[in-house]
Design a protein around this ligand. Structure first.
Ligand code: NDP
Length: 392
């Protein structure tokens, strides 16, 4: 029986993955990992009967162990235990931990030659070349789970990348899409945290409003598909029904359409290379009525300009960008800085890092990536504090 593991089971992507697994009787769940949501993790473990359940936080180990007493399910705790779990026997692994914590377990899974269904955006943005090299070395497969990348991947089946002219990722524009530019600086975390189409966590929803999420996806596409920076484009598409477009050199454009539901890209990765039935809403274009598209305004979405800069710089720039974006978001949620200050903090961090190091040099190991991440977080903290002080 095919063995599957879910890293980040208690998150939005993890819950959607388990929803699909619950509908299958041909799969055995090997490992589930979560963080602080012990109650949900224990409930998932009782429902899916994995061999091993891991919480990433030491202090959550005891309550998890107690919640699963007498079930016979092995329980472990701490970040090291999550990485260890990546080495457990499994054929298919969902990487849905949020943040840089998702990197090491993903590398562990790849080192075992597994199929890694990759939702964790940070892996490709911070360590793309290393991750792809790890997969190549061990004969492992990476399947993109981000909806836009899954869409591109599907449009490329049977095609050669040589024939691709451009790849367009669509973006809803987020909750502040129709706000006047001058009002954006005043947006609160609650206002930026409402998404018109996708039901996601607060952080990724704010990242959608600022387009930092799309900026990450642009870098991901560049890394994963090996596209030049100028080959990756973004179009605002408020309905979120077209997920990506691939334009070929003969003028043909292949688009991927579907209802906005993460169970589609997750299910595609689970069934790959076949297709199977999935419980997602069917697209009704007559009901949708219209599909709108617009070029994003870079003055409104400076994150997209920064993504271009990161791709052109290469090397450590992706890791610096991701870390700075995380810190800037923390400060925005804490109301220390404004909505538009986030991009200023990331830009300042990229410059500060480049003033200290050869930013275009690619980190040679996962440890080096984590060092870049730590230093960039400290620099971004300083930049955010400066912005916050200037604001008072
Ligand atoms: P969530 O925040 O909903 O869930 C994150 C998961 O990671 C939870 O299981 C959480 O545990 C766990 N976790 C948190 N911190 C740690 C840590 N330090 N170590 C190990 N595990 C940890 O995130 P999403 O599901 O929204 O997103 C997961 C990843 O997928 C992200 O990289 C995101 O960018 C990407 N993605 C998400 C999409 C979406 O629709 N949500 C779409 C495409 C990509 P707990 O909650 O128990 O604390």
């Amino acid at each position: 029986m095919r063995r599957v593991s879910v890293f980040g089971a208690t998150g939005s992507v993890g819950v959607s993955t388990l929803d699909l697994l619950a509908r299958r009787d041909d799969l055995k769940v090997a490992v589930l990992t979560g963080g602080r949501n012990v109650e949900l993790l224990a409930e998932q473990a009782r429902a899916h009967r994995p061999e091993l359940v891991v919480t990433a936080f030491e202090e959550c180990y005891r309550p998890l162990k107690e919640a699963l007493a007498n079930t016979g399910i092995e329980v472990a705790g701490g970040p090291g235990a999550v990485v260890e779990a990546g080495y457990r026997e499994a054929d298919w692994v969902m990487s849905a931990i949020v943040g840089a914590a998702g990197l090491a377990p993903g590398f562990a899974a790849l080192s075992q030659g597994k199929t890694l269904a990759l939702a964790n955006k940070e892996s490709l943005v911070t360590a793309g070349p290393l991750l792809l090299a790890e997969a190549r070395t061990h004969g492992a497969t990476i399947l993109p789970v981000d909806s836009e990348h899954s869409a591109v991947f599907q449009a490329l089946v049977g095609e050669s990348l040589e024939h691709v002219e451009t790849v367009t990722l669509t973006a809803s524009g987020g909750g502040l899409r129709d706000w006047p530019l001058e009002k954006l600086a005043l947006a609160t975390p609650e206002e930026a945290g409402r998404h018109p189409n996708w039901d996601m966590g607060q952080r990724i929803t704010i990242d959608s409003a600022s387009m930092f999420n799309k900026a990450m996806e642009v870098i991901e596409a560049h890394e994963f598909f090996g596209l030049l920076p100028e080959q990756v484009e973004v179009l605002i598409h408020p309905q979120s029904l077209v997920h990506a477009l691939v334009a070929f050199r003969d003028g043909a454009v292949m688009g991927h359409l579907g209802a906005p539901d993460m169970r589609h890209p997750i299910g595609y990765a689970l069934n790959w290379p076949e297709r199977g039935d999935l419980p997602v809403a069917r697209l009704n274009l007559a009901k949708a009525g219209r599909l709108d598209f617009a070029e994003p305004d870079l003055a409104r979405y400076p994150a997209l300009g920064l993504a271009r800069q990161v791709m052109e710089t290469g090397g450590a720039a992706g890791a610096v960008f991701n870390a700075a974006k995380e810190i800037a978001l923390d400060h925005f949620i804490a109301r220390n800085i404004g909505f538009l200050d986030m991009a200023a903090v990331v830009e300042a961090t990229l410059s500060a890092y480049a003033a200290r190091h050869a930013i275009g040099k690619t980190p040679a190991s996962l440890d080096e990536v984590l060092c870049v991440d730590a230093e960039a977080r400290a620099l971004a903290g300083t930049a955010a504090t400066e912005r916050a002080t200037a604001r008072v």
